[in-house]
Design a protein around this ligand. Structure first.
Ligand SMILES: Nc1ncnc2c1ncn2[C@@H]1O[C@H](COP(=O)(O)OP(=O)(O)OP(=O)(O)O)[C@@H](O)[C@H]1O
Ligand SMILES: [Mg+2]
Length: 243
């Protein structure tokens, strides 16, 4: 059974059809990437899945139609998104932001929250160092780590990420991808939207290429990484020597 099964998803903004008849799946333990140029409809796809924008088509999660798509209902089911804009609570500390990520679990009186805080601090030692710092004063890369850490505090059974590497320096990007690889190794299913196609495809089991709202290619991450069309459009001239 798929963790996520999206069929014929269409997202419209007035006259603009941002996503057209898109179908994709995420299997148990799979890391899936959705790549494509600016304006292709990647964020709209994620927003459609989590109900942030209206859409048609069907979305099944763990075999059930995702009918109620409020953030709380999704969090309770373990479906957590790290949005493109990080949406942190800037005037709260790093640790309070992390704890808020576990809010619905706290309401359910789950006992393992302290343990998970340790888990996240072990994944991101920088966040442990800065646990009392205000989130708004963290650097861009640190804020992205915090956004991912906060999502992890929800103990995701499916993690959706919208361009976690956006605007970050290469070393921080590597750090973010190291964490994603570790989550994948721990069996957390991931749907990753990225413009950094090379790193995303290296991480992913499978990938989908979206152009102007439509899927134009799909395949194993390694296959796409060596596909001439993908190399030409998304990986650039240096691709062959680097991959
Ligand atoms: N709220 C909105 N109202 C109107 N049009 C929108 C809205 N949000 C997105 N669009 C349009 O839908 C199309 C897809 O946008 P989307 O943000 O999904 O692209 P993307 O693939 O995530 O791009 P990027 O890589 O730049 O983040 C674009 O043409 C965009 O202008
Ligand atoms: Mg986007």
């Amino acid at each position: 059974m798929s963790v996520l099964e999206v069929a014929n998803l269409t997202v419209r903004y007035g006259a603009v059809e941002a996503v057209r008849n898109l179908s994709l799946t995420v299997g148990p333990g799979e890391a899936i990437t959705l790549i494509g140029p600016n304006g292709a409809g990647k964020s709209s796809t994620l927003k459609g899945i989590v109900g942030l924008v209206g859409c048609s088509g069907s979305v099944h999660y763990q075999g059930q139609p995702l009918s109620q798509r409020t953030p709380e209902a999704l969090a309770a089911k373990g479906l957590v998104m790290v949005p493109e804009k990080r949406e942190l609570f800037v005037s709260m500390t790093v640790e309070d932001n992390l704890l808020l990520g576990a809010f619905t679990r706290y309401q359910r009186r789950e006992k393992s929250i302290a343990q998970d805080l340790e888990w996240v601090y072990n994944l991101f030692p920088r966040l442990r160092e800065r646990r009392w710092q205000l989130a708004g004063t963290m650097s861009g890369g640190e804020q992205q780590m915090l956004a991912i850490g906060r999502a992890l505090m929800g103990r995701p059974k499916l993690l959706l990420l919208d361009e976690p590497s956006l605007g970050l320096a290469p070393l921080i990007v590597q750090e973010i991808f190291r964490i994603l690889a570790e989550l994948k190794a721990q069996g957390v299913p991931i749907l990753l939207v990225e413009q950094n196609a090379r790193m995303a495809l290296k991480l992913a089991d499978r990938g989908y290429v979206l152009e102007a709202g439509e899927l134009v290619m799909e395949g194993r991450g390694q296959e796409l990484l060596h596909d001439p069309r993908v190399i030409e459009s998304y990986l650039g001239i240096r691709a062959q020597s680097q991959t």
